[in-house]
Design a protein around this ligand. Structure first.
Ligand code: ZN
Ligand code: ZN
Ligand code: FE
Length: 713
């Protein structure tokens, strides 16, 4: 064969997503010789023939949607006269990436509802472009024998597809069909198997208003009819979750649009392979009012597995879909464990016999300022790989929304959301997640990083590792995580959250940090106030208010937390007293904001401190709650602008849990841009404590010259 031979290197999320069979088919179609193989984290292609240019163009345009192509590099090489095209096995010693689970792809979905397909109605259909990955992985390399599918022997039809390079199921490790794969079962809370048609019974249970536990992709979920306030109330009562918003699953995008205002970008995010819960503006009356009480947004998601597609099409209503755990405990993943632990919550169980190897909560994301942002990084996103230079290391995260991270070969790998480290089960989950990351990515850490707070469970875990441990100040870690994601090494970081130990021993949380590499200086902060009960104050917004009012003696700890400032103002405006979930007062205060107001309370900056006292006095006299809430938010935004002008750094990073507040974040971004600044927010990692481990890793440069990263210079 004559023509050109090209060597093409494709980087990005290109392994385990059907990329090689796609390349094989394209090469066949264009009559090209050569081969394709995985190497390291990349796909290497050599093609030879007359239509190599067309191949390059279509490679970029037509690749599977579950793949993410970051970079395509190519160079001509010596033609070998090859006319056949092969998929080569990965080279010895090469390490294909461990990749996240993927929601059902359009092709599998078609087969699922096609009566002529052998996958018709099969709840576990999948292919190289979709299906379970990380949730079923036992060990690497990713191969059927190393997953929980090992126990299922492929039938002849499945084997033939698995072996055919032209098939969508070529090397689809979890492939299965009704003849050879996992199957459903249905039971009551006692574990007694009830009937031979589990899906029908499950749908009937939902229609009757019962609480259904479903074994999903990354763990059990609890489902109820989302249009009935009485059954939602029963779920809340049994789960001990009085107010925290619940996510809702709809059968498809059209059904989602009946419940909420879904923008085209939000629709894209809902339908993406990660298929997260997406926060969208709810429509009044479409769902029971107690799904997301007092809030303007609701978390929606589309079916993530064939099982969910089948179940949601069997009922005529959207369903609440919340994690199958008791509050504060990790997700249940095992049938027996679920029956035991969730028996007090669920009336019925929709089970199956494909084991889940690790718990992955549903991820949460949203579109903000015109682009997606992850708020909880779990199913579909974890493990997340980002470039980050530095020595091999491990970081253990903070206390809330914990997630560990490792670094190996100049890449940081952030693990899935573990949760709040409130009990030994959660700490065990942290240990296991860290162990998984080390094993799967062949990491041999030389150092560990943890939070500066000595009493966090994660900090004690770091001490057990037998490595040199670097404590990293909490808000510096927030800032470094955001900068690492954007590849920046300096910025003014506005880090606002609920709590984090400062190097001076007080509680920080309203910080302006100037970052240079891994050093930081605290250029401004919220005027500190005394917080009765310390961290426990987060559970009752009125405590923060009494702290702001100066009713506290000198024994109460000092704090500069904007999160607690939000609490205090919510209490002042009568929006919240005791909080039954983290962030409740702040979310209610945001929801109360009167739209289209530009005026703001005075929040003067003096000696590097933002003095909230005039704002407190003015809010007390305000007659309308909505106006007070707007002027409070606007004051915070203007304060950001004032500090940014003083510091004069063009790059401004907004991070910390307070920037989960949409109004605050979008307004701050707009005002900063209008004033000529270049603001950034975390996008691929959460703005909250879920990203702390990434920032801790970034602080571990291995550079002996940096004196102490735990303290400002
Ligand atoms: Zn598929
Ligand atoms: Zn089969
Ligand atoms: Fe934080």
């Amino acid at each position: 064969m004559s023509g050109l031979r090209l060597r093409i290197v494709v980087k990005g999320a290109v392994q385990g997503v059907g990329f090689r069979p796609f390349v094989w088919r394209l090469a066949q179609e264009l009559d090209l010789g050569g081969h394709v193989r995985n190497e390291g984290g990349a796909v290497i292609i050599e093609v030879e023939g007359l239509r190599t240019a067309e191949f390059l163009t279509r490679l970029g345009q037509e690749h599977p949607r579950s793949a993410r192509v970051d970079q395509v590099a190519f160079e001509p090489c010596e033609p070998l006269g090859e006319s056949a095209f092969n998929i080569r096995e990965s080279r010895q010693g090469s390490r294909p990436d461990v990749i996240p689970d993927l929601a059902t792809c359009p092709d599998c979905l078609r087969e699922l509802f096609d009566p002529a397909s052998r996958f018709f109605g099969y709840p576990f259909v999948n292919c190289t472009r979709c299906g379970p990955r990380y949730s079923i992985l036992e060990r690497v390399p990713y191969d059927r024998a190393h997953t929980t599918m090992a126990a299922f022997a492929m039938c002849a039809a499945c084997r033939a597809e698995y072996d055919n390079p032209g098939d969508r199921r070529f090397h689809a490790q979890p492939t299965a069909c009704p003849a050879c794969g996992p199957a459903l079962s249905f039971s009551d809370a006692s574990g007694a198997i009830l009937d031979a048609s589990p899906l029908k019974l499950a749908a009937a249970a939902l229609r009757e208003g019962l609480i259904l536990a479903v074994k999903g992709l990354g763990g059990f979920q609890l489902l109820v009819d989302a249009t009935r306030a009485d059954v939602v109330a029963r779920l809340r009562q049994r789960k001990h979750r009085p107010d925290k918003p619940l996510a809702v699953m709809t059968r498809d995008l059209a059904a989602a649009q009946l419940c909420a205002h879904v923008s085209p970008q939000e629709a894209e995010l809902l339908q993406s392979p990660a298929a997260p819960i997406v926060l969208v503006a709810s429509k009044a009356g479409a769902l029971a009012a107690n799904v997301a009480p007092g809030l303007l947004e609701v978390g929606l998601m589309l079916p993530t597995t064939p099982l969910h597609h089948l179940l949601l099409r069997a009922v005529e209503f959207p369903v609440v879909c919340t994690s199958g755990n008791l509050s504060e405990e990790p997700l249940c993943i095992d049938n027996a464990e679920a029956l035991q632990r969730l028996g007090v919550v669920a009336d019925r169980f929709l089970l199956h016999n494909r084991p889940i190897r690790r718990a992955l909560d549903d991820s949460v994301a949203r579109v903000i300022d015109g682009a997606p942002q992850v708020l909880r990084l779990a199913r579909g996103y974890a493990p997340l790989l980002l470039p980050m230079a530095g020595p091999p290391a491990i970081a253990v995260g903070a206390h809330m929304k914990n997630a560990p991270a490792i670094r190996v070969e100049d890449r940081a790998i952030l693990g899935q959301h573990v949760g709040d480290l409130e009990n030994t089960l959660a700490l065990d989950a942290l240990r296991q997640t860290a162990a998984d990351l080390r094993q799967f990515f062949h990491a041999v850490p030389e150092a560990a990083a943890c939070d500066l707070h000595p009493d966090y469970g994660s900090t004690r875990f770091a001490a057990e590792l037998g490595l040199p441990v670097l404590p990293v100040q909490h808000h510096a870690a927030h800032a470094l995580a955001c900068l690492a994601e954007h590849g920046l090494d300096s910025a003014l970081a506005v880090v606002w959250d609920g709590t984090g130990l400062g190097p001076d021993g007080s509680v920080w949380g309203g910080e302006f940090l100037q970052i240079r590499g891994t050093r930081f200086s605290r250029v401004a902060h919220l005027l500190p106030f005394r917080l009765p009960g310390g961290d426990a104050a987060a559970r009752d917004a009125r405590r923060a208010l009494s702290g702001l009012e100066g009713a506290q003696g000198p024994s109460a700890p000092l704090c500069s937390s904007v999160g607690r400032l939000f609490d205090g103002f919510a209490a002042l405006l009568g929006l919240c007293g005791p909080q039954s979930y983290e962030g409740q007062a702040a979310m209610l205060l945001e929801a109360a904001v009167a739209p289209q107001r530009a005026d703001a309370y005075a929040l003067p900056l003096a000696d590097g401190q933002l003095d909230w006292r005039p704002m407190l006095a003015a809010a007390r006299k305000e007659r309308e709650t909505g106006v007070a809430a707007a002027k409070f938010h606007n004051a915070l935004v203007e304060a950001i602008l004032a500090v940014a002008r003083t510091v004069g750094e063009q790059r401004v990073a907004l991070c910390g849990g307070c920037f989960q507040n949409r109004y605050l974040t979008e307004r701050a971004l707009r005002r900063l841009r209008e004033a000529g600044f270049a603001p950034v927010i975390p996008r691929r990692v959460p703005p909250n404590d879920g990203a702390i481990a990434l920032g801790q890793l970034a602080a571990l440069t291995g550079d002996a010259d940096v004196p102490c990263r735990a303290r400002p210079h």
